[in-house]
Design a protein around this ligand. Structure first.
Ligand code: SF4
Length: 340
């Protein structure tokens, strides 16, 4: 039977939706995505979650609730690990339990457990078990898995080539409309900053994908930086080899996948001659970010050229005006460092 599967536009949707969509569509299912994050979405998530939850988890609940009336199932994977000997944040491991407990209005949750920490066998078993919910034909599931793999590879290539996830999904025809990041005037920016030599200011932007690529949670920072005249580079544009090489400089291996990626990209950005300023967007109440931010802060002080480094922490109370003022000051300092 054909079912409609709803995907909350939050958390690791920004990395894995293309693969999951390819998988389910190959099995004849219909995939729909919740709308962009808005204040109403956040408010509905806040109403059902505990205060201690981080903003992205609250947003996920709001997105999941927005799909409850229109979908047969809402996709809430239990993400334990996406690579050997490394893990995803515990809040994502417990996400289906949280959503079941907090969102009684959601009829059915589709919650495959993704755990690649030891080997890929358990992961394959889970993918086939998920496929069997929709077909008894093993070959079809195998073909769907292959299509998901190819789609993921094409998507990852577009990210490395410089596209943001929503734009890459649109390019692959996986979303109907590109993200609307707002016009210059609606973002409160009148004059782009001018670099005083012949090259643009380069800013390394760090942050979890569900913050920096979500224009509401991330306060449109990526677009604001671009409108201020900066060329923005994110960790997704770096090769995995560069990230691993840099992250290996940490005395102890960071076993959180995204934390390690942030650290590796941050160490790389803070080397002389790579970027003119490095900005970390973090969520209040995020455990992994608390120490990653500290490591990067120390590295920026130690580094030979002292690349300007700033952290912006967002929560449901973050005001736009305060962020804009800090961004302008950051651009100003980065320009001065560029001219040194
Ligand atoms: S890594 Fe941080 S921001 Fe992401 S879900 Fe975990 S606590 Fe929240």
């Amino acid at each position: 039977m054909r079912e409609t599967i709803g995907f909350p536009r939050a958390l690791l949707f920004y990395y894995y939706y293309p693969a999951w969509r390819a998988f389910f569509e190959s099995l004849g299912q219909i995939c729909v995505v919740s709308g962009e994050t808005t204040k109403a979405v956040i408010d509905s998530g806040i109403k059902v979650t505990v205060d201690e939850a981080c903003l992205p988890v609250k947003a996920f609940h709001g997105h999941a609730l927005s799909l409850s009336d229109t979908c047969d199932r809402v996709f809430v994977p239990r993400l334990v690990s996406v690579e050997k000997k490394a893990y995803i944040c515990p809040k994502l491991m417990g996400l289906p339990d949280m959503v079941r407990q907090n969102c009684s209005g959601i009829r059915r949750i589709l919650d495959p457990c993704i755990d690649m920490s030891r080997n890929s066998r358990a992961y394959k078993r889970e993918v086939y078990a998920t496929g069997r919910l929709f077909t008894g034909n093993g070959r079809k599931i195998h073909a769907a898995r292959e299509r998901a793999k190819q789609t993921y590879q094409a998507f990852a290539k577009l990210l490395q080539g410089g596209l943001a996830p929503i734009d890459a999904m649109t390019r692959l025809d996986l979303l109907d409309t590109p993200g609307d990041n707002g016009s210059r005037s609606s973002l409160g920016i009148s004059t782009p900053a001018k670099a005083e030599n012949n090259r643009p200011l380069v800013i390394g932007l760090l942050g979890h994908p569900y913050i920096i690529y979500d224009s509401f949670l991330g306060m449109n920072v990526m677009e604001r930086l671009r409108l201020m005249g900066a060329h923005v580079v994110t960790m997704d544009m770096l090769s995995p080899q560069v990230i691993e090489q840099e992250a290996a400089k940490s005395k102890k291996r960071v076993f959180w996948t995204i934390g390690r990626k942030l650290l590796g990209a941050g160490y790389y950005f803070l080397k002389p001659g790579i970027v003119d300023g490095c900005l970390l967007m973090s969520s209040f109440a995020c455990g992994p970010d608390a120490f990653i931010g500290e490591f990067l802060q120390q590295e920026s002080i130690r580094s030979e050229r002292q690349v300007p480094f700033m952290t912006i922490t967002v929560d449901e109370h973050t005001g736009e005006a305060g962020v804009l003022t800090r961004l302008e000051a950051f651009i100003d300092i980065s320009e001065r460092s560029m001219l040194r």
